[in-house]
Design a protein around this ligand. Sequence first.
Ligand SMILES: [Cu+2]
Length: 774
Amino acid sequence: MYLFNRTGLSASNMHHRNSLKFSLLALLLLGVCTLGASEPAAKAAKSSATSASAGSQPARIKKQSEATRDQSTSAAWWKQELVPSQSFSDSSDPNGFFSSSHGLLQTHPPLYSGGGGGGGSGGGSLGVGFGPDITEPPRYTPASVLDFDTRGLDELRRNPLLSSPEECARACREGDPPKTCYYHFTAELYTVLGAACQVCTPNATNTVWSHCQCVLADGVERGILSVNRMIPGPSIQVCEGDKVVIDVHNMMDGLELTIHWHGLWQRGTQYSDGVPMLTQCPILFGNTFRYQWIAGNAGTHFWHAHTGLQKIDGIYGSIVVRQPPSADPNSHLYDYDLTTHVMLLSDWLHEDAMERFPGRLAANTGQDPETLLINGKGQFQDPNTGYRTNTPLETFTITPGRRYRFRVINSLASVCPAQLTIQGHPLILIATDGEPVHPVVVNTIISFSGERYDFVINAEQPVGAYWIQARGLGECGNKRVQQLAILRYARGPYQPTSQAPTYDVGLPQGVVLNPLDAICNKPRTDAVCVNQLKNAKQVDEGILQKRPDVKIFLPFRFLFYRPEELFQAHQYNRFLVAPGGGDHVISLVDEISFTFPPSPPISQVEDIPPEQFCNGDNKPANCGRNCMCTHKVDIPLNAVVEVVLVDEVQQPNLSHPFHLHGYAFNVIGMGRSPDTNVKKINLKHALDLDRRGLLNRQFNLPPSKDTIAVPNNGYVVFRFRADNPGYWLFHCHFLFHIVIGMNLVLHVGTQADLPPVPPNFPRCGDFLPPIDLH
Ligand SMILES: [Cu+2]
């Protein structure tokens, strides 16, 4: 089989380094956007930028009235030693303005009568319905204070039944009536370190909404795509059963958009799943599309663009659907579940993602990210000069003696798994992909694109500040991509006293969740595999029956083109230039490379020629090696379905995470071939193993997930009951694999099982009238 050539990195990196233009951030001034009148004296920050490469770019500082500003040469604002966010140290930030200590509210438990400080109330005191006295009802921010687009504001004013994002991010109590939560998303072309940063810098309370239009990211200037001028975009935090309405206004000139609500099952709202040319037409420039769904399944989820490569350029944000504590089997394990204790991990480039697709052969090759961000924050160290930006690191504040629920979302778009470790704090894992599991203690969580993990931290270490390290594994090891954040005890120091962990000298890993070695068929002391987690909910008996109603084997691999084959006359085959050796590849699932139809089948199936659809048993005649069509597998409503994913890519260090829309499935088994004579698994061998009963399956409380990484050179077996009709995309969650066809559609039920197409639902398709020149 083919392997990617991983040499050639150094040569390509040189081009990359030379092409980077750095900007830096000087945070000095006073006067930050404040949330409310109660805010202590406004803080400041005018940001400025200059160039690290001496004098090659004029400094963007407008006025340098003080002589001290003469120090603002590159060296003055870059630090070779890692000292996180020095600009925000105690002296310059006495109020802890940039710490994430101010949960907008305390969401758990409903009543807490203990003494001492409230959860994470150290640092600042915005006091928006939050504080030690948590029996006090939350004081809601009036909707008019929100930095809504005026059209969004108008909608909120017009309709008094709508609740604002702040009103919806609340503690969930049994018997409380559901709210209708309204969000207005304005998607734009925007900039990191733009002039907005002379007006304010974003504060830590903006997880739900921002009142400052400055985007800092990792302190390196670049053009981005953004929703409401935030990276990540607004967080949707609601209670189970709430209705969520999001008006998505596409103001990105020349770009179409859809947004997918990753993890939400969209029962009864199949038209709001946000997959372009499957569940809707893309939202055109200038248009607004109203997504409406019920927050029907609780848990940690997220939203992101499903169009093109926009997600990695900035179109993503978190979704938290909370429950009353009585509904969470693990609620006894934690005292607090704060709006600010969400860790959204993402990867970050220093150029548009489209620069990397299909990909270059010499300059800045491949699709590897430059760095990671944690809640859109981080610092970047130039590998060439060692200089580091001094943008603020994300800080999570906890109070001694309390127990906190954290929610980690892997929103990476590239192929790198992310490893998360918190210094000195074991992680009590309690949920994955929104679904509760029996608690298990680990020290490190490895997650893949699209996965979510919830864990509890007990604040039982000496008061202090502790490092949080996120490392990019696999492909990201080449550039040693990592990011740091800080776990801080209230009233303790802001900076950890210990040396910052580096990529090569990281925090001790301890017990690892999701080990990359895929040894998952036996208990082990150093690691826990995802399939070894135990579901904390009851599992549908039908799932556990010996034989499923439908069994689907899905091998997936890359097809490698020779240039003369790729660039022949009369065709423009798509391709991705893979990192390393520059192989030109497309993806095949069951020997089909998925293409989207010209109209969405959910609403315009009659406009799609039937021969557009295909599957492994029904491939178009003469489809060839690079068979391109809309891969659709029809599944009867309510069938118990078993899917066996088989990794025929077999690239070491690369495990593809597959995400299913519309469902959570039960992970029955995963691993590699038990036959040590077989060096490479393939469909034939997997079928053979299955026949011989050697595919690892276990039926004792299999965990529920919606995203599962298939071990490289291995397999995954999962099951679900197809009780949610619709057109559900099932795909590798790596962004650059989606666009080369690593997808298919599971079509459950018939059109008659779906709600009717909403009135005036936008239509789209080819326009090919008869040619008439008269
Ligand atoms: Cu993939």
